[in-house]
Design a protein around this ligand. Structure first.
Ligand code: TNX
Length: 550
């Protein structure tokens, strides 16, 4: 058994080391000890309740810590999806520990020793829940699904010392705090939107964002694939969309687009991590890039020059032209064929130049095209006035907390994803001196990202209509992966906790402590997080790449 860690990390003394006098140790051993000492000083011992998002139930047992040994085995139920999750656990733990951690699928009913991932028929755990038991003689993650097992694995990762984020072997006592966790999500939809249209981000950047979602148990990646400045997905039946419409971006930035093979790589990577990708083709507005490629869709029939500014609301495909519906059907048809998930997002925001009735008629037709493809439609809340179709979802991005038209659409059967601009828009600046970002929806510091309740946010909308939360990152001013990370961290985990944890577990005072404790993990993982003022960041962490001090 492993001794209990001190109550606060400020009390952590430099480890006494083992019994061998320093003079007798090899230089390599000393170096390793020094590294371990530094690592221990950088991070407090992790407690069972230090998880973000906060688990539903946490029962620490100070007598039951588990020490991961060099010869530990990962045992897993003989199910291909569960075995794949065990492989992901091994892939997370092998680099920092240097341990072999073989995966074996000879799971006994109550496996002894090592880490066991067990599929159970415990229905209370639902589609994504898990139960975690940490005892001196072994660790057990149980879930009804492989997705639940993976969430349990992410919790385990957070409970190990921050050096678990190292890419190379580190000398460390790989201790997990003893006790039990029972955990299930509050909402089924917990997402991030990435705008790859204003600035283009390549496949590897998107895969890294998917990893970030996984850390915080988010399960939807909404890709904003098209906008005035760029069209980012190859469509075989309309090849100039990407070839011509994808050439530019905001300002002088290079354009780009995903080939269908690129897109499928993203789909496969996301699927392996139980993240569903929701592709968005923004219609009928935000379509200038498409019009540069196919002038026949423009109201005046003339292809405009590319647009590299950041104004909105000026472009639209012509709703009175039948070719526009061929275009929509072809594009959405190809996307549906490439996308395993159940949803297609049709945008619908800021079509300021299309009269309301014409707009509603256009959205009606596009919704029927989506239904004809066997998918459920999502649109920004501006599509509310259009007819109801089964499974219709509106994404609220307003800042007022009240909208009778959206509430009425909900009464007609629509459900809601909440992305309130004044809490969940991660393109907003943290403070007025944040170097990138907008402020039209206000300044959003971590506390503002955290303190709102999805269930009661929108007046006239019952809690049962809310499917979950989503944090959009528009990229007019975001140009690199480091800038993406700067805007996401530390606010994304705040939104994740809103979406995952039960209402009763939301608490700013404990959240800010838990969150700041993740700083050393992000630093180790090379995440360019924003060390924003107001959080109790451990002071000794070296400033991470690309972050500002605070
Ligand atoms: C509004 S929110 C937009 C986007 C901009 C964003 C900037 C929404 C559905 N449309 O086109 O990028 O503001 O914050």
């Amino acid at each position: 058994m492993v001794g209990r860690a001190p109550a606060t990390w400020a009390e952590t003394a430099v480890p006494a080391g083992d019994a061998v006098p320093a003079a007798e140790r090899s230089a390599a051993e000393l170096a390793r000890t020094a590294e371990r000492t530094a690592a221990s000083l950088l991070a407090p011992p992790t407690r069972l309740g230090d998880v973000v998002p906060a688990p539903e139930q946490v029962e620490p047992d100070g007598t039951a810590d588990y020490l991961l040994a060099a010869d530990a085995v990962i045992r897993v139920s003989a199910d291909p999806a569960a075995v794949a999750v065990a492989g992901q656990l091994a892939a997370l733990l092998r680099p920092p520990t240097g341990y072999p951690l073989p995966v074996t699928d000879t799971a006994a009913p109550v496996p002894a020793g090592g880490i066991a991932l067990v599929l159970t028929d415990e229905t209370a755990l639902g589609a994504e829940g898990y139960r975690l038991d940490i005892r001196p003689d072994g660790v057990r993650v149980a879930a009804g699904t492989a997705a639940g097992l993976l969430h349990g694995v992410q919790t385990l990762r957070q409970l190990l010392p921050p050096t678990v984020e190292s890419a190379t072997p580190t000398t460390e006592r790989w201790v997990l705090p003893g006790g039990s966790i029972l955990d299930r999500p509050r909402y089924p939809h917990r997402g991030v939107m990435l705008d790859v249209a204003r600035h283009f981000f390549g496949v590897t950047d998107v895969l890294r964002v998917i990893d970030h979602l996984g850390r915080y148990k988010l399960n939807r990646l909404h890709l904003h694939l098209t906008d005035d400045q760029g069209w980012r997905i190859a469509i075989d039946s309309w090849p100039r969309l990407a070839a011509v419409g994808g050439a530019g971006a905001v300002g002088d930035a290079p354009g780009g687009y995903y080939t269908q093979a690129d897109y499928q790589r993203i789909m496969a990577y996301a699927a392996d991590r139980y993240v569903t990708v929701i592709p968005e083709v923004d219609l009928p507005g935000h379509t200038h890039a498409a019009l540069t490629a196919y002038g026949e869709l423009a109201p005046d029939g003339i292809a405009p020059r590319p647009y590299t500014g950041t104004e909105v609301g000026f472009s639209y495909v012509d709703p009175s032209n039948e070719r526009s519906y061929d275009f929509v059907a072809d594009v959405l048809g190809e996307l549906a064929a490439l996308t395993p998930g159940r949803w297609l997002h049709i945008g619908g925001d800021e079509a300021f130049k299309v009269p309301a009735e014409v707009y509603a008629g256009f959205v009606d037709r596009v919704q029927r095209i989506v239904a004809g493809l066997g998918r459920d439609v999502i649109g920004w809340h501006q599509i509310a006035p259009a007819a109801h179709v089964d499974g219709r979802i509106l994404q609220w991005w307003g800042t007022t907390g009240a909208d009778p038209v959206t509430a009425e659409a909900v009464r007609r059967g629509a459900r809601l994803i909440l992305s309130p601009g004044n809490h969940a828009y991660l393109d907003m600046k943290y403070t007025s001196d944040t170097p990138i970002g907008h402020d039209w929806a206000g300044l959003i510091d971590v506390r503002r990202a955290y303190e709102w309740d999805p269930a009661s946010h929108l007046v006239g909308v019952p809690a049962e209509a809310v499917l979950g939360v989503e944090a959009p990152l528009w990229t007019e001013s975001v140009t690199t992966l480091a800038e993406i990370e700067f805007m996401l961290f530390p606010r994304l985990p705040a939104i994740a906790e809103r979406g995952w944890s039960p209402r009763k577990r939301h608490d700013w005072d404990t959240f800010r402590e838990r969150l700041a404790g993740h700083g050393p993990r992000w630093a180790r993982a090379g995440i360019a997080y924003h060390r924003c003022p107001g959080l109790p960041w451990p002071q000794t962490v070296p400033a991470p790449r690309g972050s500002t001090s605070g």
